[in-house]
Design a protein around this ligand. Structure first.
Ligand SMILES: Nc1ncnc2c1ncn2[C@@H]1O[C@H](COP(=O)(O)OP(=O)(O)OP(=O)(O)O)[C@@H](O)[C@H]1O
Length: 291
């Protein structure tokens, strides 16, 4: 098990990006949700032993993974947000190169690269230079390299950025399959990335955990507080000032709005069952109001 205990990260200029955060990872897919700047990437870099925390402990298999990162590094695959490739290498060459860097060589490395290309559905493109790959294909190369050493823990930072909807779904399903017998920690600010696949959701804002639990539990927290109503376009700004709007659809004469409110916000508002996005936005909004 990977344990991040009371982690803080302070960058030069005194920005507290992570603020006393504790997270223990078991098997399954954990969706780390938070707005831009919440501290997700900082936390993931610490979990992947790329950055040292300013305070707190990272523990893995009973050892201190800050002082001795070796065991965690060998057990972990990491896909950073800004994953870069060599455009002149083919998919096969690039993965073979990274396999060699990580100490895999010879026949077993060739077999592993072939297996991974198959797993991420890139066998057909293996002999083409990476410079000609789409964003989705490059992300899949990214996940393949994270899996080279068959890691028990997979950490992926906003893996679906720049993917088209079909690629998003494929990527989500791949991570979900992988999480059956591994720990997957996936950070995103897009709720639908984790909606149907996360066994646990952790919401972070301002470097702190604001919710940690099952998706249904997150949704339960806003039951009875989500409403839909129709307003004339001229009244929309006033409504947005008054209440968090989670969705809106404009037509020529009116706007259909979904809002969060503890009590019926207007006589014609109808209560609707919350979805995960409503629940997430409610947590983010609450922390904005109280911090
Ligand atoms: N290397 C750095 N030096 C200084 N400040 C940093 C550094 N990295 C991150 N920060 C700051 O720390 C805060 C948290 O950033 P972080 O990238 O961890 O958040 P995030 O939730 O991943 O956001 P995003 O989705 O925008 O990447 C931000 O205010 C950011 O500007």
């Amino acid at each position: 098990m990977l344990e991040l205990i009371d982690i803080t990260k302070v960058y030069k200029g005194h920005k507290r990006a992570v603020d006393g955060l504790t997270l223990r990872l078991g098997p399954g897919l954990v969706g780390l949700l938070g707005p831009n700047g919440a501290g997700k990437s900082s936390l993931l870099r610490i979990a992947a032993t790329v950055t040292r925390p300013t305070g707190g402990q990272v523990r893995f298999a009973g050892g201190d993974a800050v002082a001795k990162p070796g065991p965690l590094r060998r057990a972990l695959g990491y896909l950073p947000q800004d994953f870069g490739v060599y455009p002149h290498l083919t998919g096969h060459e690039f993965l073979s190169y990274l396999a060699a860097v990580r100490g895999l060589a010879g026949r077993s490395a060739r077999a592993r690269v072939g297996e991974l290309l198959e797993l991420v559905n890139l066998t057909h493109a293996a002999k083409r230079p990476l410079g000609g790959y789409s964003g989705g294909m490059l992300r899949r190369v990214g996940i393949a390299q994270a899996l080279l050493a068959d890691p028990r823990i997979i950490v992926v930072d906003e893996p679906t950025a720049g993917l088209d909807p079909e690629e998003r779904v494929r990527f989500r399903n791949l991570l979900s399959d992988l999480s059956a017998d591994r720990s997957v920690l996936l950070s995103t600010h897009i709720v639908s990335d984790v909606e149907s696949v996360a066994t646990r959701i952790v919401v972070v804002t301002g470097g702190r955990i604001r919710f940690d639990g099952e998706p249904v539990e997150l949704q339960r927290g806003v039951a009875g507080h989500v409403w839909e109503l129709t307003v004339p376009p001229a009244e929309l700004t006033a409504l947005q000032r008054r209440l968090p709007v989670t969705r809106l659809v404009r037509t020529a004469e009116q706007v259909r709005v979904r809002v969060l409110a503890a009590h019926r916000p207007a006589p014609d508002a109808t209560p609707v069952p919350p979805d995960l996005e409503d629940a997430y936005l409610a947590v983010v909004h609450r922390t904005r109001v109280t911090t």
